[in-house]
Design a protein around this ligand. Structure first.
Ligand code: FES
Length: 123
């Protein structure tokens, strides 16, 4: 079972969903993990309170990039309020594997970046 989950993470790392730059983003934020220098730039296009497009670029470890891939899939088409209510446990559920305390920063980079991007998003 564990290997299945690991494959799933690696698949998102190798072929991340929503990877790319949005030309018409309404908000954007670059988040970084200062411990390792890994970074994610997350862009949102918000229309009438709904995230109708999302894209990210970045580089980093498998957990950080896979969590960005999974999280962007999750918030696409959702209301800004729903996305803003996402918690750490939601990201851990999406990842579906045990995350050690040392890797928690990796798993949360995408969520922290999303929260910052939403703060700069126009109402
Ligand atoms: Fe840098 Fe995971 S090692 S975010």
């Amino acid at each position: 079972m564990d290997d299945l989950y690991r494959d799933y993470i690696l698949e998102h790392y190798r072929r991340p969903h929503n990877f790319g730059v949005l030309d018409d983003a309404t908000s954007s934020h670059e988040g970084a993990n200062p411990l390792c220098g890994d970074r994610i730039t997350l862009q949102l296009r918000v229309n009438d309170g709904v995230i109708d497009a999302v894209g990210f670029t970045g580089r980093g470890c498998a957990i950080s990039q896979a969590s960005a891939s999974l999280l962007t899939d999750e918030i696409k088409g959702k209301g800004v309020d729903t996305a803003a209510a996402m918690q750490a446990t939601d990201v851990l559920d999406l990842l579906g594997i045990e995350i050690s305390p040392a890797r928690m920063k990796c798993a949360m980079l995408s969520l922290e970046t999303l929260q910052a991007a939403l703060e700069t998003s126009a109402p």
